[in-house]
Design a protein around this ligand. Structure first.
Ligand code: FES
Length: 106
């Protein structure tokens, strides 16, 4: 019987910390890498057409260099893509919403 081996990848395991136990989706920007989407989600193009992710956890490219966009193919490593996992500063709208004054957004 032929043996199957996992394809080497830098993507996290499906049961990695960060999975949403409430049944929603969790999107995790990985340092110097893709956006990992776990949980219940639908992936659609801008016209609303369904994109089959082919698996329950997907890596979406955020470096712009993947040959299989919107999915990550690992090219970010060769391209030297660099980005933090967390934002270095909050977006202005996030600060306003946290302050509880969304009506002030114009
Ligand atoms: S983030 Fe991996 S190829 Fe772009």
């Amino acid at each position: 019987m032929p043996q199957t081996r996992p394809i080497p990848t830098d993507q996290p395991e499906d049961d990695a910390p960060g999975s949403d136990p409430a049944g929603g989706a969790t999107i995790t920007p990985y340092r110097d890498g893709p956006l990992i989407v776990r949980g219940q989600f639908r992936l659609v193009d801008q016209d609303g057409a369904e994109i089959d992710p082919g698996r329950e956890t997907v890596a979406l490219c955020r470096c712009g260099k993947s040959g299989i966009k919107p999915f990550c193919d690992g090219t970010h490593k060769r391209a030297g893509f660099s980005a933090p996992s967390a934002p270095s500063r909050p977006r202005p709208a996030a600060r306003i919403l946290r302050a509880g004054r969304p009506e002030e957004v114009r």
